[in-house]
Ligand binder design. Structure first.
Ligand SMILES: [Zn+2]
Ligand SMILES: [Zn+2]
Length: 330
């Protein structure tokens, strides 16, 4: 079967891989759509070749169900991005990110077929397109949904999102849908236009406009209730701590290096809550699906579809910041 390999130095190839081997309770899935994630850019830009690819957001059709009692051949499924052991107390309540014995995860999903344990698969209703299914069962919606649960967004909140890549866009869609007045900050005008289309009430290009001045004006001097750092840079997290008002909350989503913080200035005297959010829970899927049924326009994140064999074009476009969510379709 065909699959993508990252060769390093921003080069990818589509090559022949052996068919996946299936354990007893694994499903064999014919991949219909596999999303490119920002987290894959590290491997894409690395000077050394990777063994395969870092794809982990995927949906498809079950072609072998083996001993699974939950799924049958023909079912449409998405695959959760984090694979818990399935046996511990956290896995028992569908919180695989807390599992201490995670079994790797679905890395390498830019392929024609893949095997996955049935307890990490999520059933997709048949009327849902596979590309949207990738977002609903993967971190495309999972990450912003989990953020919204941790932040407890209320209608009328001012929420500032730093970074308008796919994670920032997903947060823009979810926070706007939940009633927040969303301000998105980035340095890429194309991505800011996507944020606007995704529901942002205000967009700020911080290369041209001072973000503190702009946010002060928009919020009538109050600054924002919540800030979501989705750019993954210490400088933007620092900015988030400045743009949030008293009694507010700052959510770290973008993985990043160290940042010196002054507890007195940045946290204590502002009564501030600083928190992190990692991935999403398997158990959150029914609520995510319900939000979509109620009109959450999550499909707006998707800007491009490419056949698997055009993976190089897809990766280049994504890496150049000229795309939202990009789907590879075998
Ligand atoms: Zn991802
Ligand atoms: Zn576990």
């Amino acid at each position: 079967m065909l699959g993508v390999q990252l060769l390093g130095n921003e080069t990818v190839t589509v090559k022949e891989y052996p068919e996946p081997t299936r354990n007893e309770n694994d499903l064999l899935i014919q991949v219909k759509a596999s999303g490119i994630c920002g987290s894959e850019m590290h491997g894409y830009r690395s000077p050394t070749p990777q063994a395969s690819n870092g794809g982990h957001e995927v949906a498809g059709e079950v072609i072998e169900a083996g001993g699974s009692t939950k799924f049958k051949v023909g079912d449409h499924v998405g695959v959760h991005a984090v694979w818990g052991c399935g046996d511990c107390r956290w896995c028992g309540v569908g919180k695989y990110t807390y599992c201490n014995n995670r079994i790797g995860g679905g890395s390498g999903t830019h392929v024609e077929r893949l095997a996955a344990p049935d307890h990490v698969c999520l059933k997709l209703p048949e009327d849902i397109p596979f590309d949207v299914g990738v977002l609903l069962t993967g971190d495309g919606l999972g990450v912003p949904y989990h953020v919204s649960q941790r932040l407890n967004t209320k209608g009328g909140d001012f929420v500032c999102i730093l970074g308008a890549g796919p994670v920032g866009l997903g947060n823009t869609i979810v926070q706007s849908f939940l009633g927040a007045e969303v301000i998105v900050i980035d340095i890429n005008d194309y991505r800011l236009s996507l944020a606007k289309a995704a529901g942002a009430a205000h967009t700020i290009n911080s290369k041209e406009t001072d973000p503190l001045e702009a946010v002060t004006e928009i919020t009538h001097g109050m600054l924002v209730d919540k800030c979501i750092e989705a750019a993954g840079h210490p400088e933007t997290l620092k900015l988030a701590l400045i743009l949030v008002g008293v009694a507010g909350a700052v959510m770290c989503v973008g993985e990043q290096g160290d940042l010196p913080i002054s507890p007195s200035r940045d946290l204590i005297r502002k009564d501030l809550t600083l928190m992190g959010s990692w991935f999403y829970h398997y158990a959150e899927y029914p609520a995510m699906l319900n939000l979509y049924r109620r009109g959450l326009p999550i499909g707006r994140m998707i800007t491009d579809h490419f056949p698997l064999v055009e993976a190089q074009t897809a990766f280049s476009k994504f890496a150049n910041g000229q795309a939202g969510k990009v789907m590879l379709e075998p």
